[in-house]
Design a protein around this ligand. Structure first.
Ligand code: FES
Length: 157
């Protein structure tokens, strides 16, 4: 179900906490990194691994918007549209991303490279407008900077 590398990390995570269940979120993040989202069978798998009922895993997951239940592109873009970013032009950033990708928010580009969503405050309000791609912050954005970032990622493939 997972690569040998991810399995080894699961094993390590399950061994380092006094209570195995503490490994849940790090394990789900690893699973998401490998599959781009948390598959229903992953919930069962991780639950068994940590002696948790799947419904417990599912309910804990519901608190964390970073854990996705649907596939995402290789580069998953989270555009902050909360107050500070909105005042600094996040609408333009969002429009630029949609135009450059050619798909709407919540969709995946046909080549599987990109997906984008709106997100509430990413916690970097002083550098608004901000987006995060696969956990990396891109700050003080404008349309030109955003276009260059997307062009570079597309070039990387
Ligand atoms: S409002 Fe965008 S990072 Fe806080």
């Amino acid at each position: 179900m997972f690569s040998a590398e991810t399995e080894a990390k699961f094993k390590h995570l399950a061994s380092i906490y006094p209570r195995k269940r503490s490994a849940l979120i790090p394990m789900l993040l690893l699973a998401q990194r490998e599959h781009s989202y948390i598959k229903p069978e992953t919930i069962d798998y991780v639950g068994k691994y940590l002696d948790l009922n799947p419904s417990e895993v599912d309910s804990i997951m519901s608190f964390y918007t970073l854990l996705r239940r649907h596939p995402a592109g290789k580069y998953h873009i989270m555009i902050c549209t909360n107050l500070a970013c909105m005042l600094q032009g996040s609408d333009d950033i969002e429009a630029c991303v949609r135009r450059k990708l050619g798909v709407g928010l919540g969709e995946i580009t046909p080549d599987g490279l990109f997906s984008a969503i709106e997100f509430e405050c990413l916690g970097s309000c002083t550098t608004a407008p901000v987006m995060q791609i696969n956990g990396e912050f891109y700050e003080n954005l404008d349309v030109h900077k955003t276009e260059a970032i997307l062009d570079e990622l597309r070039k990387r493939g």
